[in-house]
Design a protein around this ligand. Structure first.
Ligand code: PGA
Ligand code: ZN
Length: 416
């Protein structure tokens, strides 16, 4: 049974406070911490911050920590950690608000994850196996990783409007091989950027992707194409893009030069122009997946673009891991894959439910990190246990990103 729960404030990969918790049972101590992102939409569960501008610029999480140490702890002590739905529902009931604003989704999720780890230990099974048991998933697979190699948008200080250009080592036969392919491409890309622009252009963005001061997507894709060419992997590596188009949507137009100083003002695109550009990218480069191609409220164009069937269309800002928005996407056949950000929903149980909802409608699922991460590798086990098939956890570089990829390598499904 759960004997003690003790939370504290730690700093995430950006140096911003977040919540960490130690949950104790007779089997030992189980630690979990939660990430946070740059986007915090209206439909996301609440990332509770103190808001005192004089402390950590308003970002401290001492209220969330206190909620764990007092209210949540009192409610959960004595519970069986293997009963994930009961634990999560006890916290949901205690919070009583739709978006977990009372206790904070950061407080609730930290405890939910720690309890899940304790549940696996109680059963003496690997974490991914425990997650598979809770969800009823039997067809376990290791995910294809989406490595961020070029960063832009809100995640980097360069001129690139789009947020990420990623590689998918789809031709790898094992996860370790995918990781090797990602690492080799990353280092070849570093050499390509150094030769072309100089070593000072090899700085990285928040997810560890290189952030050379390019402003066009094609420039980024050409750099990547050259790097992939040098690896010799050729068509065993495909490309995915996270446009995060809401970041540079102005009214009904997209400002591709949003981050460019003294810009020409000529680069405003309509949604139709964007569709033409996506078609071109998918035919000229091995682009097989595009995330958030339009503004998060532009359901119509997402639907139209998906209907063309040229690539996987992932809903991140569009869906916000919110069951009502996923339902709408299913009904309207808009995007065809869900980006699962566990902290946007706030408990392991609800994350399992949205994955089930998406899969039942034949949507793909990409388990995702956030830009502000910790070294907690829970999402790796989650992606294996729920067989989401894809994981996006940043570059094959930086400790908080590698914590996930290295953990995925460890989950040896064939030994189950
Ligand atoms: P975020 O970015 O964590 O800043 O929201 C991740 C993503 O857009 O996929
Ligand atoms: Zn995204």
């Amino acid at each position: 049974v759960i004997t003690k729960i003790k939370a504290r404030q730690i700093l995430d990969s950006r140096g911003i406070p977040t919540v960490e918790v130690d949950l104790f049972t007779n089997k030992g101590m189980f630690r979990a911490s939660v990430p946070s992102g740059d986007t915090t939409g209206m439909y996301e569960a609440v990332d509770l911050r103190d808001g005192d501008k004089g402390t950590f610029l308003g970002n401290s999480v001492t209220r969330a920590v206190k909620n764990i140490n007092e209210k949540i702890s009192e409610a959960l002590i004595g519970m069986d950690p293997t009963l994930q739905p009961q634990i999560d529902h006890a916290m949901i009931d205690l919070d009583k608000t739709e978006k977990k604003g009372e206790l904070g989704a950061n407080a609730i999720l930290a405890v939910s994850i720690a309890a899940c780890k304790a549940g696996a230990a109680e059963k003496e099974v690997p974490l991914y196996k425990h997650i598979a048991d809770i969800s009823g998933e039997t067809n376990l697979t290791l995910p294809v990783p989406a490595f961020t190699l070029i960063s832009g948008g809100k995640h980097a200080g360069n001129h690139l409007a789009i947020q990420e250009i990623m590689i998918l080592p789809v031709g790898a036969s094992r996860f370790e091989e995918a990781l090797q392919m990602g690492s080799e491409t990353y280092h070849h890309l570093k050499a390509v950027i150094t030769e072309k622009y100089g070593a000072h252009e090899c700085n990285v963005g928040e997810d560890g992707g290189f952030a050379p001061n390019i402003s066009s997507w094609k420039e980024g894709l050409d750099l990547l194409k050259e790097a992939i060419g040098r690896t010799g992997y050729n068509d065993r590596i495909k490309i995915a893009i996270d446009v995060a188009a809401s970041d540079f949507c102005i009214g009904t137009k997209y400002d591709l030069e949003k981050k460019v100083p003294n810009k020409s003002g000529q680069n405003f695109k309509s949604a139709e122009d964007m569709i033409e550009m996506y078609k071109e990218l998918c035919s000229e480069y091995p682009v097989v997946s595009i995330e958030d191609p339009f503004d998060k409220e532009d359901w119509e164009h997402v639907k139209h673009f998906s209907s063309l069937g040229i690539c996987q269309v992932v809903g991140d800002d569009l869906l916000m891991s919110n069951p009502k928005r996923i339902q709408r996407a299913i009904q309207e056949s808009s995007c065809n894959a869900l980006l699962l950000k566990v902290n946007q929903i706030g408990t392991v149980t609800e994350a399992i439910e949205v994955v089930r909802q998406a899969k039942e409608a034949n949507m793909g699922v990409v388990t995702s990190h956030r830009c502000g991460e910790t070294e907690d590798s829970f999402i790796s086990d989650l992606s294996v246990g729920l067989a989401t098939g894809q994981i996006k956890a940043g570059a094959p570089c930086r400790g908080e990103r590698l914590a996930k990829y290295n953990q995925s390598s460890l989950s040896n499904v064939s030994n189950m």
